[in-house]
Design a protein around this ligand. Structure first.
Ligand code: 13P
Ligand code: SF4
Length: 310
C-alpha cells in the first residue's frame, strides 16, 4: 500500500494498521501531553518531559516512536543508543530550544567559571553536552538545590530560571530564552478568566512570566497539572499551558471542568504529528533521530544525573 492510499484510509483502519506495525516492529508510542487527541489516544504512554525521559530510559522495545518535539526524541535517543528512535514529524522543533547554542553556552562558562550549568531539557543535545545537569519543569528546583555550587547558569528559559530563583538561596543567572506559547500569557488573561469563572483554581506552567505566576493558585509541569486537577477538591480549573493538555484532563477526570487560560496557547510544532505521519514513520522506520556518539555520551551524563535526583 502506498502513502497516497494510506492517507485515504479511514481513521479506524489507520489505527488498526498502526497497531499491526507496532507489533511487527516491536515498537512503542510515547506522546507528550500537548499532542493532538488522536495521537494521545493511540499512545502507549503519555506524559510530561520528565516522565517521558524516565520511560524512555527503561524500555525493552526495539523502536520508540516519539510523538512530541525534537529535544524529547533526542533525549530518548541519548538514553537508548541501541534503539531506533523515530520522530514522525521531522520538522517538529521547539523554538525555545533553538534560543541557545553550545557556542553561546561555552562563552557563558568562560565568564562564570565557578558556576554550575543547569540546562532545561528543552535544549539541543550539543547544549546538554556542555551542561552539568539537565532539569525539567517538574524538578528544576530540586535539581538546582542538589548542586554544590552557589552560582547557577540556567539555560535557556528565563521564566523557569526566575521561578527557580524564588526557591533557592543560590544565585541563578538565567539566559534570555522563552517559550512563545507561555510567554505571551498575560495578567489580563488571568484577570479575565477569573472574572468569568470565579470559583476556578488557576494553574499555570513555570514557563509563564513571573507576573502571571504571581496571580496563579498553583504552578505545575503538564503532568503535575493533570494530577492537581484530578486530586483537588475543586471542580473548575483555568489551565495556563498549551491547550492540548485539556484532552487528557477530560479523559482522566471527566467530572472536572477545565478552561484554557488562553485559547491562543497553541504550540504549532506539537501539532505537526498526526496519525498518517505516525503510520508512515512506523512503516518506513524514518525519520530516525541519531545523535553523534561523542555528543550523546556527554549529554547522557547531564540527563542521567538529573534522573538520579529524586
Ligand atoms: P512539561 O515537561 O511540563 O511537559 O513541559 C514541556 C514543555 O515543552 C512545556 O512547554
Ligand atoms: Fe517548546 Fe513552548 Fe512548544 Fe513547549 S510549548 S515545545 S517550550 S515551544
Amino acid at each position: 500500500m502506498n502513502l497516497t492510499s494510506k492517507e485515504t484510509l479511514d481513521p479506524h483502519s489507520l489505527i488498526e494498521e498502526i497497531d499491526r506495525l507496532k507489533k511487527e516492529k516491536d515498537a512503542i508510542i510515547l506522546a507528550h501531553n500537548y499532542q493532538i487527541p488522536e495521537v494521545q489516544d493511540i499512545a502507549d504512554f503519555i506524559g510530561d518531559s520528565l516522565e517521558l525521559a524516565r520511560k524512555a530510559a527503561t524500555l525493552d522495545n526495539d523502536v520508540i516512536v516519539f510523538c512530541g518535539v525534537d529535544f524529547m526524541a533526542e533525549t530518548a535517543a541519548i538514553l537508548s543508543p541501541d534503539k531506533t528512535v523515530l520522530l514522525p514529524a521531522a520538522e517538529a522543533n521547539c523554538p525555545m530550544a533553538e534560543m541557545i547554542t553550545a557556542g553561546e553556552l561555552k562563552v557563558l562558562k568562560e565568564r562564570f567559571p565557578d558556576a554550575a550549568v543547569v540546562c532545561y531539557v528543552n535544549t539541543s543535545a550539543e547544549v546538554k553536552a556542555e551542561s552539568d545537569i539537565c532539569c525539567t519543569s517538574s524538578n528544576a528546583v530540586k535539581v538546582v538545590e542538589s548542586l554544590d555550587e552557589d552560582r547557577i547558569i540556567f539555560v535557556p528559559d528565563r521564566n523557569l530560571g526566575a521561578y527557580v530563583a524564588r526557591f533557592t538561596s543560590k544565585e541563578v543567572l538565567p539566559w534570555e530564552g522563552f517559550c512563545f506559547v507561555h510567554d505571551r500569557m498575560t495578567t489580563d488573561d488571568v484577570k479575565e478568566a477569573r472574572s468569568l469563572h470565579p470559583e476556578a483554581e488557576v494553574l499555570v506552567h513555570p514557563e509563564c512570566r513571573a507576573e502571571v505566576i504571581d496571580l496563579a493558585d498553583g504552578v505545575y509541569s503538564t503532568s503535575g497539572m493533570i494530577k492537581r486537577v484530578c486530586s483537588s477538591p475543586g471542580k473548575e480549573f483555568i489551565i495556563g499551558t498549551e491547550i492540548g493538555i485539556l484532552h487528557r484532563m477530560k479523559k482522566d477526570c471527566p467530572e472536572k471542568i477545565c478552561y484554557p487560560l488562553s485559547s491562543q496557547a497553541i504550540c504549532t510544532t506539537m501539532k505537526k504529528t498526526d496519525l498518517v505521519k505516525v503510520h508512515a514513520s512506523l512503516e518506513s522506520l524514518t525519520p530516525q533521530i541519531i545523535v553523534p556518539e561523542e555528543i550523546a555520551d556527554r549529554a547522557r551524563k547531564a540527563i542521567t544525573r538529573m534522573l538520579e535526583v529524586r
